[in-house]
Ligand binder design. Structure first.
Ligand code: UDP
Length: 487
């Protein structure tokens, strides 16, 4: 098609990265009629990844160029942290990205004119510069997180000792201060290699000042006005990040019939439950927990007396063990393979009250179903947006990455979540505490006249949902990004 723009989106490994990149691509295609090619590192080892890729390409609207993740076994420790592995993979992957981009530039009917990379992909901006393409960084999370990334190299100079040992919150100009216990994973230990890698990509984002065209962030103006203002104000964070910041969110998935194939039994079960009566429990693409915590969670759900759907994974003493292997066991209807890890008699006692799904659930279908009234979530940004845009309040159960920050944002600033008194990665949350937070968001009290009282969290999430719908109806800032390519 004449004058049609062709943009290339680069996704780093991990479904939590690929899913929002696909959503961004779809928005460009369906709202702005662009041609989109996604370059993605895929491993084909997981059922969940296959599903995500299949749904993205069905209909033929988006092309995906798949690259196998580079072999980094000789470069880093096998047990290196996720951020280290991601940064090394993306660095080692630059030659393959160059080949893919050059190939597209030489063969595509519409020559690609822009490259959008996620935060781990800034090394590839140089390749786009060589090919004379426009260059953007896409932050698949929120503006407060972007502020921390931009300010991290300054904090590195200001703060002595470990961040987690500091007594006072860190002041990020124009933004909510960040408590030491809420720092992102790579800031937990400054002596770990991932901290240096983290500083590397934090320094990589302002590269767009010199050779790039802007930063896209998956939020919207009314949700994070203060942080966005700081990022654009030359006297605040805009003094570091001088490139334009576009609030392009909320980018969220919609239910997809391909994604829900084979789970008709689950929809059928949900159809039979009362409105807003089911709590959905899931820890994103990578979240895992210890055996002890899993036992307490099972007891807590049972004691709460509420209906539930729980996406189960085998227990392990790490919070992010499934990051590179999500859903690799495939679907195990009813979670029967994993029920051996649950308290004795749990499945029969909760028969028909609770549903277990193994490894990977049809999350969007679940959260859009009217019977779902709560989400016990690890606070990944995509999951949270899927919850908020469906008006579902959350129990914040942060595990890794920037999830502690997210939990604080949801509980203290946005009022869309409650959280247990202890931080799940520091201490086991016991069954009574779990039952209590589940009831807090699920049970709607009645006054003496049997009139339902308002639940402030449910009301809060519905207000934010309205602002999300409004942002979506205005079309976000993507139109501006598209327009710069037309100039
Ligand atoms: N997801 C899903 N089924 C699952 C677990 C996760 O469909 O059982 C999807 C979820 O809907 C979201 C993404 O995987 O779109 C997870 O992204 P998020 O940012 O919430 O967390 P991450 O996986 O990056 O920690």
């Amino acid at each position: 098609m004449e004058n049609q723009q062709h943009m290339v989106l680069l996704s780093s490994p991990g479904l939590g990265h690929l899913i929002p990149v696909i959503e961004l691509g779809k928005r460009f295609v369906f709202h702005h009629n662009l041609k989109i090619t996604i370059i993605a590192f895929t491993s084909h080892t997981s059922h969940a990844e296959k599903l995500v890729l299949k749904t993205a390409t069905s209909g033929g609207f988006i092309d995906i160029v798949e690259i196998p993740p580079p072999d980094i076994s000789s470069v880093i420790d096998p047990d290196a942290a996720i951020v280290t592995r991601l940064c090394v993979m993306m660095r080692e992957g630059v030659p393959a990205i160059r080949d893919a981009l050059s190939n597209l530039a030489g063969t595509a009917t519409v020559r690609p004119s822009a490259l959008i990379v996620d935060i781990f992909g800034t090394e590839a901006l140089g390749v786009a510069e060589e090919l004379k393409m426009r260059k953007y960084v896409f932050v698949a999370s929120h503006a407060w997180f972007l502020s921390l990334l931009i300010y991290a190299p300054t904090l590195d100079k200001q703060v002595q000792g470990q961040y987690v040992d500091q007594k006072e919150p860190f002041q990020i100009p124009g933004c909510t201060p960040l408590r030491p216990e809420d720092v992102v994973d790579p800031m937990l230990d400054r002596n770990d290699k991932q901290y240096q890698e983290y500083l590397g990509f934090c320094n990589g984002i302002p590269k767009v000042n010199d050779i790039g065209d802007g930063v896209l962030v998956n939020t919207w103006e009314t949700l994070q006005q203060k942080d966005l203002e700081s990022l654009r104000n030359r006297n605040l964070l805009g003094g570091i990040l001088k490139a334009p910041v576009y609030a392009v969110g909320p980018l969220v998935r919609l239910p997809d019939s391909e994604m829900s194939q084979g789970i008709e039994w689950l929809t059928h079960w949900l159809d039979g439950q009362p409105e807003e009566s089911v709590i959905y429990v899931s820890f994103g693409s990578g979240g895992t927990m210890s055996c002890e915590q899993m036992t307490e969670l099972a007891w807590g759900l049972e004691l709460s007396g509420q209906r539930f759907i729980w996406v189960l994974r085998a227990p392990i003493d790490a919070a992010d063990a499934a990051f590179f292997t999500t859903g690799s066991d495939g679907r195990d209807e009813g979670g029967s393979k994993l029920s051996k890890y649950l308290p004795e008699g749990f499945s029969s006692r909760t028969y028909n009250v609770g549903v277990l799904v193994s490894e990977w659930g049809p999350q969007v279908d679940i959260l859009t179903h009217p019977s779902v009234g709560g989400f016990l979530s690890h606070c990944g940004w995509n999951s949270a947006l899927e919850s908020i845009t469906n008006g579902v309040p959350m129990i914040a159960w942060p595990l890794y990455a920037e999830q502690r920050m997210n939990a604080t944002l949801f509980v203290e600033e946005l009022g869309v979540a409650v959280r247990p008194r202890v931080l799940p990665t520091k201490k086991v949350v016991d069954r009574d505490e779990i039952a209590s937070v589940v009831r807090e968001i699920m049970v709607v009290e009645e006054d003496c006249n049997k009139v339902k009282k308002k639940n402030p969290i449910r009301e809060g999430v519905k207000a934010i949902r309205r602002s999300a719908v409004e942002a979506l109806s205005k079309g976000g800032a993507l139109a501006q990004v598209v327009a710069t390519g037309e100039e």
